[in-house]
Design a protein around this ligand. Structure first.
Ligand SMILES: *Cc1c(COP(=O)(O)O)cnc(C)c1O
Length: 375
């Protein structure tokens, strides 16, 4: 594997250079899709559930972006599960009460099964999180949160948890390594839903974990080997191809997000806009203190009930009514259509994932949909 990508390259360069084969006459520019369930005896991999050259190429690229050794998994949730599986029965996990619904549901299920002991807190309320830390084994930080865009004071929370010897894991899916590198802030482990910005084309489900703690690395590698939650080589290849344009896509989508957030803030049919990049957002000052950007998700509340809000989502032509986020194509959805979404998320909240389309085309589409639901 090409080790030409030293850590001091900027992410725009890392995304393009990392995870390529070694260079020589007629060497391959791109890592091929390795379709092998087994390997000739005597080597380092051995079997297709233990390793794969295409996974490795993707892992080298994510590792260079996050600043820590990386493993990829069959989904973001498989990566989350791998972290939880390293904890002893009864371990106390402090986590956000308004985070990704899949993680909250999983923690709820593990609690009901008497496996883990989650304590849910408002992650944006630093004092509340710190007060919950005593006796905790793991602090799970998601910031900004999905879909409420709450921002955790990451430097403070990481410092407080580490001073108590608590392992800190960060879900970096919304922020990405381009706006914050939790490992450099002192977190132990970073999780990404590669499905979203890293792969970026809404055509693959994949997850990753990054850590420089060798015991933790061994534990999560074992979790992947023996739980069997491995990525497919084709999916890994697609994600690596996506990473080549990730900084470009993310920059454009973030620009679209700020502009659309501003226009939504002035719209008569919108009652509240959440985007940490808006100077008027209550999370802005905190986010600005340690983030290098604010991402490309905007959540807003429609001036209407659930049915009218559904109608908004159904009325657009460019923006697709679908779950998920982080692709080149803009998507939106009323989050409460999912029964597992937190009841604290308003019925009329729409989560909008900005893609890379022209911002004026997007705005015409969004404005028309907002009005169509009022007719
Ligand atoms: C999508 C998502 C996940 C789960 O990832 P999958 O790839 O869908 O399994 C976890 N956290 C956040 C913040 C997400 O948006």
């Amino acid at each position: 594997m090409n080790s030409k990508s030293p850590q001091n390259y900027r992410p725009e360069t890392i995304a393009i250079t990392a995870g390529r084969p070694d260079v020589g006459p007629d060497s391959l520019l791109n890592q091929p899709i390795s379709l092998n369930s087994t390997f000739v005896a005597g080597g380092a991999i051995g079997y297709g559930r233990y390793g794969n050259e295409t996974w490795t190429a993707l892992e080298v690229a994510i590792a260079a972006l996050e600043g820590a050794k990386t493993l990829t998994y069959s989904s973001g949730m498989a990566a989350v599960t791998a972290v939880f599986s390293t904890l002893p029965v009864g371990a106390k996990v402090v986590a956000s009460n308004q985070g990704y619904s899949g993680v909250m549901t999983l923690l709820g299920n593990l609690s009901a099964a008497k496996k883990l002991n989650p304590k849910f807190v408002s992650i944006a309320d630093t004092a509340e999180v710190v007060a919950a830390l005593d006796g905790a084994d793991l602090l799970w930080i998601e910031s900004p949160t999905n879909p409420s865009l709450d921002v955790a004071d990451m430097p403070t929370l990481i410092k407080e948890a580490k001073s108590r010897g608590i392992t800190v894991a960060v879900d970096n899916t919304f922020a990405t390594a381009l706006t914050q590198q939790p490992i450099l802030m002192g977190a132990d482990i970073v999780m990404n839903s590669v499905t979203k910005y890293l792969a970026g084309h809404s055509d693959v489900v994949l997850g990753s974990l990054s850590t420089n703690n060798s015991d933790l690395f061994k534990a999560i590698e074992d979790a992947r080997k023996f739980n069997g939650s491995i990525p497919g080589p084709f999916e890994a290849w697609l994600a690596l191809r996506g990473i080549r344009t990730f900084p470009l896509r993310f920059q454009r989508a973030s620009e679209n997000a700020l502009e659309i957030a501003k226009r939504l803030s002035a719209h008569p049919l919108v009652t509240r806009v959440r985007y940490p990049g808006l100077p008027t957002d209550p999370q802005h000052a905190k986010a600005k203190a340690f983030m290098k950007g604010f991402g490309a998700i905007v959540s807003f509340e429609y001036d209407g009930d659930a049915a009218a809000t559904d109608k908004v989502c159904e009325s657009s032509k460019i923006v697709t009514y679908a779950t998920s986020l982080g692709g080149v194509e803009s998507l939106w959805e009323r989050r409460r259509r999912w029964p597992i979404e937190s009841a604290s998320v308003p019925e009329a909240l729409i989560r909008l994932s900005l893609g890379c389309e022209d911002v004026d085309d997007l705005w015409s589409d969004i404005d028309a949909a907002l009005h169509a639901a009022k007719k």
